[in-house]
Design a protein around this ligand. Structure first.
Ligand code: HEC
Length: 168
């Protein structure tokens, strides 16, 4: 009698443990999106301060450091917060997912290869929309990033440049 009571208690304790310490199936899309923007390095290219060695500014609010693609131009990680004028506040979640996976913006411009859309093309719908939901949940930050600049223009800010030996 006593033993079965004990095993009942043990069973309930184990069931509770399983319910609370189980895998992350309780993760919301926004939490999943936040996690993905960290491990997929979006935060590095799209957050002020990260690439310039300064204390990081508002997360994903656009980088002040550009990347040159030789003979194409210099591109700066865009402001991904939902600010309507300087960020992607007017974009729908479908627009965001399309840009991430295909590199095409709602206005039809194809993003430069600095933005690794080719590597992101195989993102599942679930993960891509989780990222979009997370970006939409960020506080809108007003921050106009520079560029893009064409191959003959000189950007006024910092940027990574490729040097071709003998041609600089
Ligand atoms: C290696 C740096 C790099 C990484 C990593 C990166 N991006 Fe980008 N991204 C860029 C650059 C640079 C641009 C601007 C390209 C251009 O203007 O042609 C851009 C543009 C974008 C745009 C278009 C915004 C606009 O206003 O045109 C979106 C959306 C975007 N990135 C989302 C993401 C997300 C989400 C991730 C992570 C899953 C990510 N990026 C990872 C560099 C990066």
């Amino acid at each position: 009698m006593r033993q079965s009571k004990q095993s009942k208690v043990l069973f309930v304790a184990l069931a509770l443990l399983a319910a609370t310490a189980g895998p992350s199936f309780a993760e919301t899309p926004v939490e999943r999106g936040e996690y993905l923007t960290e491990v997929m390095v979006c935060v590095e290219c799209h957050t002020p301060g990260v690439l310039s060695g300064q204390p990081p500014g508002p997360k994903l609010a656009g980088s002040e450091v550009g990347y040159e693609i030789p003979f194409q131009g210099v591109y700066f990680g865009a402001n991904l917060t939902p600010d309507n004028e300087t960020g992607i506040g007017t974009w729908s979640e479908d627009d965001i997912v399309k840009a991430i996976r295909t590199g095409e913006r709602p206005d039809g411009r194809i993003l430069s290869a600095v933005m690794p859309s080719r590597s992101f093309a195989r993102l599942t719908d679930e993960d891509a929309y989780a990222i979009a939901a997370y970006l939409k949940s960020l506080p809108p930050t007003r921050n106009q990033t520079m560029g893009p600049y064409g191959p003959t223009e000189t950007p006024p800010g910092m940027y990574y440049k490729f040097i071709i030996p003998g041609q600089d």
